[in-house]
Design a protein around this ligand. Structure first.
Ligand code: FEO
Length: 400
């Protein structure tokens, strides 16, 4: 995509990535893609805010060269050292060896660790400003949104917040970079939530702290380093991030995430009966086969919904591994404050429920019920499974 001038002298110079299969080597983006947004202040001083992943070097440099010679770059603002935003730095430094690199004190040390770059790195303090001629940049330290060295950069004349990972989302840009040009808001909102839960949610407290710090700052444009640039309705993405971050310590919505696994279909048959019971109570239920769905797509539902229904057989005396792996990732992401129940076939020996109890103990999920049966479910078991689902749905509705 060609560079886009978002305000006089301020350009989006990002690149799309539609070939990386796993973001952070972990989270699938093959179908959705991701953008590495960066920005150029073309003023008396030529300043770039954030960069791109190393394999995008040629394309990224072409974006910049549309506007200024690379050798004329005076400074690069490194809001965040993670290599999706700094991968091109070594090469850029060879082309513009005298440019300054502006970063937080923690980022300075990390630039040395990641790239052995120390020369011309200037620490910027919280609240420090840089005058580029007709623009002023203010650096706002926002530790742990996403790493400890992270900061955001605020352009005061046009009131643009360059927020890096904060307020970002998966989803390569489909020609339109702005929210008001976007014709598929559902896609970008869904992918912003998946990105938030995969990448940022662990640091929800830090996100809320950063938002509190910025609460008196007028923002006309939110310009993150991934996903849409929010110019018509910047408060939309800010409100979503606030709501999602608050779920870290809240009960979630009155709805259920049903995560199941099945070896020969017995737990699946019971799962359908459980789901009928939940639905009969008018409660929304998201359903995921843990063995066939990457956890990246399950986590957003677990994050948002107050109820978790687990369906899993016993496997070698313990919880069926694909389901266990989902719960372990939920623990990694500190997904707490859920009401949960479990059902499944225990084959001949059992053990899944005990291993489930042990897994969720540190998560402090409230285990409200369980229903297990040997081998395949009988007609009586299926009636019980339906009532079990309905009873769980009523608990979710009552939130007591
Ligand atoms: Fe987009 Fe934490 O890097």
């Amino acid at each position: 995509m060609a560079a886009v001038e978002i305000r006089p002298g301020i350009h989006w110079i990002g690149v799309n990535d539609r070939t990386t299969d796993l973001f952070e080597g972990l989270w699938p983006v093959s179908h959705e893609g991701v953008s590495y947004n960066a920005y150029l202040i073309n003023d008396e001083k030529k300043v770039i805010i954030d960069l791109a992943k190393a394999f995008k070097t040629d394309e990224f440099f072409s974006q910049i060269a549309e506007i200024v010679e690379l050798s004329q770059i005076d400074a690069v603002v490194v809001n965040h050292v993670e290599p999706d935003h700094t991968g091109v730095l070594r090469t850029l430094k060879k082309i513009a060896p005298d440019m300054s690199i502006l970063a937080t004190p923690k980022a300075k040390a990390m630039l040395d660790n990641f790239y052995e770059i120390g020369e011309n790195v200037r620490e910027v303090q919280d609240g420090e400003t840089l005058d580029t001629g007709s623009h002023t940049l203010t650096f706002v330290h926002t530790p742990f949104v996403h790493w400890p060295e992270t900061m955001m950069t605020y352009e005061t004349t046009q009131r643009i917040l360059f927020s890096c990972d904060g307020f970002g989302g998966y989803g390569a840009l489909r020609g339109a970079i702005f929210d008001d040009q976007c014709t598929d808001h559902d896609f970008y909102q869904r992918e912003a939530l998946r990105y938030f839960v995969n990448i940022v949610a662990k640091f929800s407290t830090a996100v809320l702290k950063a938002m509190g710090k910025l609460s008196d700052v007028p923002v006309d444009i939110v310009a993150p380093s991934h996903g849409l640039v929010w110019r018509r309705n910047p408060s939309r993405i800010l409100e979503l991030y606030k709501k999602w971050s608050e779920l870290a310590s809240g009960p979630g919505s009155r709805a259920v995430t049903l995560v199941y696994g099945t070896m020969y279909g017995n737990t699946e048959v019971a799962m359908n009966a459980v789901a009928q019971g939940i639905s009969a109570e008018g409660i929304e239920v998201d359903m995921f086969d843990a063995a066939r769905t990457h956890v990246s797509y399950i986590l957003p539902s677990l994050w948002e919904k107050g109820g978790v229904m687990i369906g899993a057989p016993t496997y070698e005396g313990a919880l069926f591994p694909p389901v266990r792996q989902v719960i372990e990732m939920a623990a990694q992401k500190s997904i707490r404050h859920k009401k949960a129940a479990m059902f499944g076939s225990f084959g001949w020996s059992g053990g899944a429920y005990k291993s489930f109890e042990r897994l969720v103990e540190p998560l402090k999920w409230e285990l409200v019920d369980s229903f297990v049966f040997p081998g395949g479910p009988t007609k009586a078991d299926l009636r019980k499974a339906e009532e079990f689902g309905a009873a769980f749905a009523r608990r979710i509705t009552s939130q007591d």
